[in-house]
Design a protein around this ligand. Structure first.
Ligand SMILES: *Cc1c(COP(=O)(O)O)cnc(C)c1O
Length: 408
């Protein structure tokens, strides 16, 4: 296969299956639902084997380019992507007499320190391929930073809207990385409205979660990476902090593509959509046996990345959870903070609140028996813990006074 082609056949409406042409600019489908990229997996499987992946010298997730939509190598925007580590939890799980393993996939090591780099690298690379000149996004912080970084690297203009209570460091980071950055006195869905309205009036392209087809392909690489890292044996359960749900939907897509390729054989992991009690539209809809999740009023949680009151991919998240025999669960802010402190002080890994939510959800699920002590588990830490407010340290030494060494 030449390096200048790929296996994309077409795009498809995730609700109706209606087909759309590749190599065209697409947002949502005519029905207002996300579009999914489809590949000729049969042909791919005849040309590429899973052993070939290791021979590929592309950085990080770009090693899976044959399963991604970017055609020309020169359009792949790279900022030094890495394969993110799987860290085995030890002290923090000892007390549960857990028979299996719990790993954290630490996504904080990606460019701009969050897994949003995966999706936005793909969206921006495709924007370059399709010759788009101006991208706009609503964000709770991390998506904005990733867009700003990749768009700047691609010499594409970016405009970012975030709630005015987004973690301060995120807002400053976005602006430093070259995006025109605006704070809005509203939540992410209200920022999304501004981006939508501006499509015609300001002339930008909307790269909101799932409103263009390629961020999900970027997030899909989490599933591909996990499979390869675990030697093509997937874990029994994956806990994923769910906002817009791109990662959960993307991983589920990845696993099904790998299954079709015959590169994995076992049953697929149970997918768990973790939400915060103060913003749990998916958890509520799933619990009530519904397929769509209406707007969650007065959304509030310390886990900014999952403060998403309404998700355009709601039915895709719920479908993946159900198809995988998984479940949804919510945790309180107190549980999130205490989980963060517990893991950082026993494991030496500082989770972001969203990542901490998955640890808390894991504990709750084990206690309630929804998961067993024999199931292998992967938790997602989606960003560095350093971007979020941390408790103050008050210990102080006055160097001019005698020091009482007995206190140490
Ligand atoms: C965006 C984000 C999430 C949610 O990811 P989705 O795939 O959109 O559900 C979780 N945690 C962090 C840190 C994020 O930035």
């Amino acid at each position: 296969m030449s390096k200048e082609s790929n296996f994309v056949t077409h795009l498809e409406c995730s609700l109706t299956g209606k087909k759309y042409e590749k190599n065209k600019i697409h947002g949502l489908s005519e029905e207002g639902k996300p579009l999914l990229v489809r590949y000729n997996l049969k042909k791919m499987g005849e040309i590429i084997s899973r052993e070939d992946i290791g021979k590929n010298s592309e950085p990080g997730f770009w090693r899976y380019s044959f399963m991604l939509p970017v055609e020309k190598k020169e359009n792949r925007i790279s900022l030094g992507e890495v394969i993110t580590p799987l860290i085995k939890l030890e002290e923090a799980v000892k007390k549960f007499n857990f028979n299996s393993t719990v790993h954290i996939k630490d996504e904080g090591l990606l460019p701009t320190s969050s897994f949003k780099a995966r999706g936005l690298a793909m969206a921006v690379s495709m924007a370059k391929q399709l010759n788009l000149k101006h991208l706009a996004i609503p964000t709770n912080g991390n998506a904005g930073a990733a867009l700003a970084a990749y768009a700047t690297k691609a010499s594409i203009k970016s405009t970012v809207f975030c709630p005015d209570d987004t973690p301060e460091i995120n807002i400053r980071e976005i602006e430093r990385l070259g995006a025109d950055t605006y704070m809005v006195n509203g939540l992410i869905n209200e920022c999304g409205k501004i981006v939508l309205e501006g499509k015609e009036k300001a002339g930008w392209f909307d790269v909101s979660t799932l409103k263009e087809p390629y961020r999900i392909e970027g997030k899909k690489t989490m599933g591909l990476e996990l499979a390869e890292q675990l030697n093509w044996k997937l874990p029994d359960v994956i806990f994923y902090p769910t906002g817009g749900g791109t990662g959960l939907i993307g991983m589920w897509k990845a696993f099904n593509e790998l299954l079709e390729l015959g590169w994995i054989k076992d049953r697929l992991p149970r997918m768990v959509a973790v939400q915060a009690e103060g913003c749990a539209p998916i958890y509520k809809a799933w619990s009530e046996g519904k397929e769509f999740a209406p707007l969650w009023e007065n959304a509030k949680t310390v886990a900014a990345g999952i403060r998403v009151p309404i998700a355009v991919g709601d039915f895709l998240i719920i479908r993946a959870v159900n198809e995988s025999n998984g479940f949804s669960i919510s945790v309180t802010d107190e549980e999130i903070i205490s989980a963060r402190d517990e893991v950082s002080k026993t494991e030496g890994t500082l989770l972001c609140p969203e990542g901490a939510a998955t640890f808390s959800a894991f504990k709750k699920s084990l206690n309630s028996g929804i998961i067993s002590k024999d199931e292998s588990v992967v938790l997602f830490n989606c960003a560095t813990g350093l971007k979020y407010p941390l408790p103050e340290v008050s210990n102080f030494i006055d160097k001019t006074k005698p020091i009482d060494y007995k206190v140490f």
